[in-house]
Design a protein around this ligand. Structure first.
Ligand code: SAH
Ligand code: MG
Length: 193
């Protein structure tokens, strides 16, 4: 099991697929365990790595995860099959902005295109249980958000601007209170007030 997980990590590295960083996913899994989270909605599955890690926390956990890239989706299916987690993980191939998901979740994990966090947050808060949380990844964008001197491309500048807008949005959101945790690429944890 550990071996296959390392293999997936290697694959992601080779193909430059931005799966969660080690301490980030560890934190998330511990959070799920501590808060007895059972229903999870993930935006951005990539090759299924984080979904698999979260599902392995407890066999009562059910995850719905959305990935728009067909090649990554296919790879995720293979990986989920390998771990025999088909009963626990349902993966949808589509753009999360167009997909409609029913049901309510204890955790919504946003880890997709960094420029659309506000859209995802607005759309999927309707699927959040009363005491649920929305966790969003990559608020540091590898340090570029804190240190703009590191920005090299126009594309990066656009993403940094949008991440800052998202942080502003969270800080000014009257319905949610947000804390930030410096793990992985920095995450936010938002819960209803
Ligand atoms: N959560 C994964 C990593 C996700 S990487 C892990 O830690 O293992 C981000 C993924 O989001 C990419 O594979 C990208 O294709 C996908 N993505 C980006 N925008 C999306 C959208 N609008 N709808 C669905 N998937 C999206
Ligand atoms: Mg991420």
């Amino acid at each position: 099991m550990e071996e296959k997980l390392s293999e997936i990590e290697e694959y992601a590295k080779e193909k430059r697929i931005p799966i969660m960083m080690k301490d980030g996913i560890e934190f998330l899994c511990n959070y799920i365990k501590e808060h007895k989270i059972k229903r999870i909605l993930e935006i951005g599955s990539a090759i299924g790595y984080s979904a698999i890690k979260m599902a392995l926390v407890d066999k009562d956990i059910k995850i719905v995860t959305i990935e728009r890239d067909k090649e990554r989706y296919d790879e995720a299916i293979k990986n989920i099959d390998y771990f025999n987690l088909n009963e626990q993980i349902e993966i949808i191939n589509g753009d999360a902005m167009n997909v409609s998901v029913d049901g309510m979740y204890d955790l919504i994990f946003i880890d997709a295109s960094k420029g659309h966090n506000i859209d995802f947050f607005e759309k999927y808060q309707n699927n959040l249980n009363k005491n649920g949380v929305i966790i969003t990844d990559n608020l540091s964008f590898h340090g570029l958000v804190e240190d703009e001197c590191l920005i090299e491309t126009k594309n990066q500048r656009g993403i940094v601007r949008k991440i800052k807008m998202f942080i502003d949005y969270l800080d000014n959101n009257k319905e949610f209170v947000t804390e930030y945790v410096a793990v992985g690429d920095r995450i936010s944890i938002s819960r209803r007030v």
